[in-house]
Design a protein around this ligand. Structure first.
Ligand code: SAM
Length: 244
């Protein structure tokens, strides 16, 4: 992805096209997030998906929890259109809303009783302070016992780790490109500056250290805080609001 400071519709098109190849273990991440949601399969609960894109994570949640209700938030019109199409079978259980992650007020319009708040590959567009503030506000919007579950890029703790994650990400995308299409075409497009750990675009992608983020979550009062999965600098992490 090229030099720019905000997500554009052309980024949405590219991500819709290549997302299944460029995200390491995307289905595995979604499955794990569903496993981590504190609910039984037939429970009714409300969840929110921040930066939902074309809605694939919310779709996984609704397939696992068919009585759940999901609010899907994204800034991109084309992503929201795709999400509506992808989630057609759940039309009565979803609320699609356009929002700007950088606008401090979007949370005020949301209810304060989500059982789960999920997000994949969106929160890294906020800097350290932005994430910390967001996590504090999200804590207030969780029901007691609810979970904040994030899948995102994290900042490498040193150059050696950055290099190792960059190599691992390249290998994964190469394999996924071959497995899904039998060709290296998608991998070659990924090679054009997409690997953040090789060519960081720091004005646009601002992943934070995992250790810092887990610390902020603990400070805020989350329990069960941890990194539950990590591959090629893509982590699934989060925590739970205490039940009482
Ligand atoms: C890499 S995509 C991930 C989409 C989806 N969560 C997934 O994992 O497939 C990032 C998403 O964040 C959204 N996004 C990026 N910056 C945003 C902003 N400032 N406000 C709202 N949405 C934003 C984009 O529109 C896009 O759908």
């Amino acid at each position: 992805m090229s030099d720019r400071q905000s997500w554009e519709e052309q980024d949405s098109q590219l991500f819709i096209e290549l997302g299944e190849v460029v995200v390491p273990g995307r289905d595995e991440q979604a499955r794990l997030i569903c496993d981590l949601i504190p609910a039984s399969p037939n429970e009714h609960f409300m969840g929110v998906d921040i930066g939902c894109g074309e809605g694939l994570l919310s779709k996984a949640v609704l397939e696992r929890y068919p009585d759940a209700q999901m609010t899907l938030l994204d800034g991109s019109e084309s992503m929201l259109t795709r999400a509506a199409e992808n989630l057609g079978e759940f039309a009565y259980q979803i609320d699609l809303r356009q929002f700007d992650l950088h606008d401090a007020n979007w949370l005020e319009e949301l209810p304060r009783r989500f059982r789960c708040i999920v997000s994949s590959l969106a929160i890294h567009h906020l800097d350290d302070d932005g994430k910390r503030t967001l996590y504090r506000n999200l804590f207030d919007h969780l029901a007691p016992g609810g979970a904040l579950l994030i899948a995102d890029l994290v900042h490498p703790p040193n150059d050696q780790v950055a290099e190792a994650w960059a190599n691992e990400w390249d290998r994964d995308v190469r394999e996924q490109s071959l497995a899904r299409s039998g060709s290296l075409h998608a991998f070659e497009r990924f090679q054009d500056g997409w690997n953040h750990f090789r060519t960081p675009d720091v004005e646009f992608d601002k992943p934070s250290l995992l250790s810092d983020q887990l610390g902020w979550l603990e400070e805020i009062g989350f329990t069960g805080v941890g990194c539950y999965w990590l591959r090629a600098g893509h982590a699934v992490y989060g925590g739970y609001k205490p039940s009482s």
